[in-house]
Design a protein around this ligand. Sequence first.
Ligand code: 2DT
Length: 219
Amino acid sequence: MTRGRLILFEGLDRTGKTTQSEALLKYLNLQGDQSSSSKRCELIKFPERSTPIGKLINNYLVDKSFKLPDQSIHLLFSSNRWELTEQIKSSLQKGNDVLLDRYVFSGIAYSLAKDTERMDFDWCLSPDIGLIKPDLTIFLTTDSDISTSNQINNRSGFGAERYEKSDFQLKVKAKFDIVFNYFFKDYTKSSSATTSNMYTSSDGITTLLKVNVIDKDIP
Ligand code: 2DT
């Protein structure tokens, strides 16, 4: 049996990762039904908040008075990915496709954006070393010409959780560039917006889609 595909949606908050991954999930599952195979596609959203570690992460995100060192929360996010690794592998081995909403790249970009002393790129990557690598990564971002701060900020519900502040999001955007330049050979070339890789959602936010096959392995 051929192994299923691991497809990752990455990006800043409110750029449509959840909308797009759910749409693809629906599409792939409909296709599965038509081909009378028993293959199913599943979607895993990181952080996966229902696990023991996920519950801790959720507390940290929703309760801004919940204090944890930056290093500890970084390791918890990575640990949460490890918690799900056997499940992901077993689904792929059954031939099922697995879609991910955030993964290693969010882990590195959000932690780097905190500018914590001695938490550099290598430090941030190291707990994720050995995780299964995605076959395809779809990165959703806002075009650099767009004033992301106001657009993202005006989206409904934005601001309720930790990290949902426009100045922090701008820092994360810059760190995602560093992360993607490291992992994807053609990242810079694919970064300019054309009508074919942009879409505008119902609330008028323009998102830029960058589709990349990972170049360097997560070591
Ligand atoms: P959602 O809004 O997508 O639920 O994410 N985050 C996520 C990290 O800082 N490190 C990670 O490894 C992951 C997966 C991004 C909640 C927040 O958690 C951040 C936003």
